[in-house]
Ligand binder design. Sequence first.
Ligand SMILES: NC(=O)c1ccc[n+]([C@@H]2O[C@H](COP(=O)([O-])OP(=O)(O)OC[C@H]3O[C@@H](n4cnc5c(N)ncnc54)[C@H](O)[C@@H]3O)[C@@H](O)[C@H]2O)c1
Length: 439
Amino acid sequence: MTNDRRTFIKQSATVATAMSVFPTLMNAGCVGANEKIVVALIGCNNQGWTNLVSFMKQPNVECAALCDVDQNVLNKRAAELEKMTGKKPALYGDFRKVLEQKDIDAVIVGTPDHWHCIPMIYAAEAGKDVYCEKPLGYTIEECNLMVKATKRYKTVVQVGQWQRSDPHWLEAVNYIQAGNLGRVRSVRAWSYVGWKKSIPLIADGSAPTGVDYNMWLGPRPERAFNQNRFHATWRWYWDYAGGVMTDWGVHLLDYALFGMNQYVPKSISSNGGKYAFPTDAMETPDTMMAMYDFGDFGILWDHTIGIYGAQFKRRGHGVAFIGEYGTLIVDRAGWEVMAENKSTSAKAGFVDVPIKQGTNKGLDLHVANFIDCMKTRNKPNCDIEIGAHIARFAQMGNIAFRLGRKIVWDGEKQEFLNDPEANALTKAEYRAPWSLPKV
Ligand SMILES: NC(=O)c1ccc[n+]([C@@H]2O[C@H](COP(=O)([O-])OP(=O)(O)OC[C@H]3O[C@@H](n4cnc5c(N)ncnc54)[C@H](O)[C@@H]3O)[C@@H](O)[C@H]2O)c1
């Protein structure tokens, strides 16, 4: 969006607020209170599309363009969008073309993790606001650069951790921060991906017709096409992502930190491996435990594939804050507290808090918050700093796992302490013609 158009939308929003306070102003011929927002989607297969459907539920939002390197996905989504809105979007295979379209105010980045940084920064440079999927960046270096670009171009960026806009998660944080649980020494965040099966090894082959595979790989190393490493299952390969840790970890660890209101661990250690499916095609660990030590409390990340687990009342994912008086558990469905029973720290009169259900509208609220912030230029609920911090935090767990030893993060210098080996893993090499954008 040009600065003029940003100012215009912001002024329209201000006028809209004024009109709701002083309805007589509505007769004064002011500019449209409901200025239209035009978006485009880059990466349309799964979550990108889910996000767009949510954008289409918001008032005065239109989608002018779709972009995907897979023509099959592009055509399918274009037909669905036309059916939903009655309008034909422009279709592109190269996201740089989307950014040339002047009427587009914001882009949704729904590409795999290795393809967030470059489109996000180019979009910011082109004056667009960005709804960017999580984990924000593929490396710590990318996350830092994306923060820098957001500041330089004054971009409104909402990261796709939609729990940040879901009221019951915030209620749970307020309950913890009010001290109701007493002192919390142990926090557990977990994702047990029970539905997931082993991925059998398959031979390399040709990319399906209509797929620009070179563009799909983008900055990542050249290699023959393999279906396992393509749509959806790319997340189990180090070249494109960080497995369950960066997939689910960013959602849940974000709330572990938010609840404790502490963000910089003293050290990180991590263990695990391919314990469920030792010989299958996945590279990232199917079982992993990462311990973040904060000096006077610890956060344990725990994931497995192929088991839902019976812990904490069979919740397949969640965050548990284990306090002196009770344990608060929060997941996408709601939150509850179970009182300590008979322990030396139990508090007389402290009773269970029965489950408080969530709204199930987290994504819609997150998208609405982004649209609102595009108009006010305020920080969205999951702004770039939050998204960058938690992506870095999850990557620290993976770096400790890959090195097989404890690592120490220097929060001041934003690097691992005296550890060139760990610091080397905060960056990636870019395959020409792609390179890390200059900001
Ligand atoms: N917030 C959430 O709850 C949530 C849930 C699922 C996934 N995600 C995130 O969403 C992102 C996408 O995940 P997914 O499951 O939808 O993956 P997917 O593989 O199903 O879809 C990605 C799409 O991006 C396209 N693509 C790849 N490179 C492209 C490029 N350079 N330009 C345009 N299109 C390109 C692919 O062809 C594919 O259609 C990931 O970062 C993932 O972590 C977030």
